[in-house]
Design a protein around this ligand. Structure first.
Ligand code: ARG
Length: 544
């Protein structure tokens, strides 16, 4: 659905042939929107701007949407949307089960690679970001009618498992009795063992060969490590309220059998070449090649990602693939995409995107670390926020803080600020939503109903209706550009318009048609706030 401003923009563009640069009017007496297009054209044509403006106004037919147009000052064109048109738009949002979010006419299969923690390691703050951001993409694309295929590419393979398994056997550790924190401690212990005891290191390397060779005892311990880690990951997912399930798991080990075949294929077609015993794939414009097969015959992260992208196109039939990781991996993915195009694993009509997120900083503005300088676990971060507020509010605070800035930027984790119910925070939006619920509850208790939005005389009512009418368009844009902060910004604006409306317009204390119309406006705002928060993965409680 095109919003009112988008409709006006399109018509003015058709008449002038240029971008009309429509802006919200700076004062209510200037109407709702203003364009300086006449001023710009006048300069080009060396004509008086007001004359150019008059010519445009004469050709522009927007009488179905606007009051008669006004030319202001040196030649601005002012647009005031008709009250009945705004009322209709707000009513449409209220009556549409999706509140203006319309399903796409081109549904795609979208693979989203997100979360992807590593076995025998706690999820840390970085995994918090990918999990929340990926979950938001999943919700938004699904709401628009796309088919989302989440892929949780957990780190469940690699030489570190040789060291871990060998250490477990030699110390007689009962893995099944561990939790994720215990498994992480085990990882640290075995690393220490590996670094300090060369004979152990030799045995650990032999263990890697056994693991790769499918030795049953080794595999059984490796599987136990995965089970213990998954329990920890799932506890975090549950606590975060994200959509990921075990069905979305596709860890690195999934691609084990495909790796030699991918290497053979790339070598046979001359896309990868042997260099110093290793098989490497050079991509123009990159300083280092992808390592397809190490000189010792092993495979690593690069090969796994080549196999994964091929699988996602061929088997999962992806039309679009989105990867959500730390910004520091952006070179890696750009190189993988380019290599996959070269190899024919990623056809031109399949879009691949890497969304890189910035770091979570401590209140001192430096990378968030524990007191002893270690990485902060995701769980302890949730604990920190829950010291400030209830879980529902703490989670809203964290998710909103994570999503409301441009994704690639770092942000400061300031639990005390994030849980405030004033300012640009998640709890503020939850609170605005709860307030709408409270008003509607009161009305219902008094037996007062509402129908359509009809009377819109107050500028604050009109501004709220206008904001409501833009919801669908904002969600479309966020899905296209993968920029959840725009949805956050929109909801924040809507909550602001709501509170300006409360200030200026009595709702329950008004009467008759005005009251019914204002209640309908409140109901539409409740619906959009609830739906908007849902798309961000944030709960919208009815009472706070
Ligand atoms: N496990 C990796 C990490 O913790 C992220 C994996 C991302 N996905 C991928 N296909 N490489 O950083």
């Amino acid at each position: 659905m095109q919003s009112l401003p988008a409709l006006l923009d399109a018509r003015l563009r058709a008449v002038t042939g240029v971008d009309p640069e429509m802006r919200p009017a700076t004062k209510p007496q200037f109407g709702h929107f203003q364009s300086n297009v006449a001023l710009r054209l006048a300069k080009e044509q060396k004509r008086p701007p007001r004359e150019v403006a008059a010519g445009i106004v004469e050709q522009l037919d927007v009488s179905d949407l606007c009051e008669p147009l006004e030319i202001a000052g040196p030649g601005f064109i002012n647009f005031r949307i008709r009250a009945d048109v705004l009322a209709q738009a707000a009513t449409a949002v209220l009556e549409d089960p999706h509140h203006g979010v319309s399903r796409t006419s081109h549904p795609q299969r979208v693979v989203i690679d997100y979360s992807a923690p590593n076995v025998a390691k706690q999820m840390h703050v970085g995994h918090l970001r990918t999990t929340i951001i990926g979950d938001c993409f999943n919700r938004i694309l699904t709401a628009l009618g796309h088919e989302v295929v989440p892929q949780n590419h957990i780190g469940d393979w690699g030489t570190q498992f040789g060291m871990l398994v060998e250490h477990i056997i030699e110390t007689g550790t009962d893995v099944a009795a561990l939790d994720l924190a215990g498994a992480e401690q085990l990882y640290k212990d075995s690393k220490g063992h590996f670094d300090n005891d060369p004979e152990f290191a030799t045995r650990a390397r032999a263990r890697v060969v056994k693991l790769q060779g499918g030795d049953e005892e080794t595999l059984a311990i490796w599987r136990q490590l995965i089970t213990v880690s998954l329990a920890g990951f799932n506890a975090a997912y549950q606590r975060l309220g994200v959509l990921l399930t075990d069905a979305d798991l596709a860890g690195e080990s999934t691609y084990n059998t495909a790796l030699p075949e991918v290497a053979e294929d790339l070598a046979a077609r001359g896309i990868a070449v042997v260099d110093d015993g290793a098989l490497v794939l050079w991509v123009e414009g990159f300083d280092a090649p992808l390592i397809i097969r190490k000189s010792d015959g092993g495979y690593g992260y690069d090969t796994t990602d080549m196999a994964a992208i091929r699988h996602r196109v061929r088997e999962l039939r992806a039309d679009r693939i989105v990867y959500v990781t730390d910004v520091r991996q952006s070179q890696h993915f750009q190189e993988i995409f380019a290599a996959a195009r070269k190899a024919g694993y990623l056809p031109e009509d399949v879009e691949a995107q890497h969304v890189g997120y910035g770091m979570v900083l401590g209140p001192d503005g430096r990378p968030f670390k524990t007191r002893d300088g270690g990485t902060v676990s995701l769980m302890s971060l949730l604990d920190l926020a829950e010291q400030e507020a209830s879980p529902e509010i703490a989670l809203a605070a964290i998710k909103y803080a994570d999503l409301s800035g441009a994704i690639h930027k770092d942000y400061v984790f300031d639990a005390e600020r994030m849980v405030q119910t004033t300012g640009d925070t998640g709890p503020y939006l939850q609170y605005a939503h709860a307030r709408t619920c409270q008003i509607l509850r009161k009305a219902e208790a008094e037996g007062i109903g509402w129908g359509a939005v009809v009377v819109l005389e107050e500028p604050a009512e009109q501004a709220l209706a206008l904001a409501l009418s833009r919801f669908g368009e904002v969600v479309d844009e966020v899905a296209r550009t993968l920029t959840p902060h725009k949805l956050c910004g929109y909801l924040y604006e809507l909550a602001g318009a709501l509170s300006a409306f409360y200030e200026a317009c009595p709702v329950l204390r008004s009467e008759g048609e005005v009251r019914s119309s204002r209640l309908a406006l409140v109901a539409a705002t409740r619906d959009v706030l609830a739906q908007g928060l849902h798309l961000l993965g944030i709960k919208a409680p009815e009472r706070m």
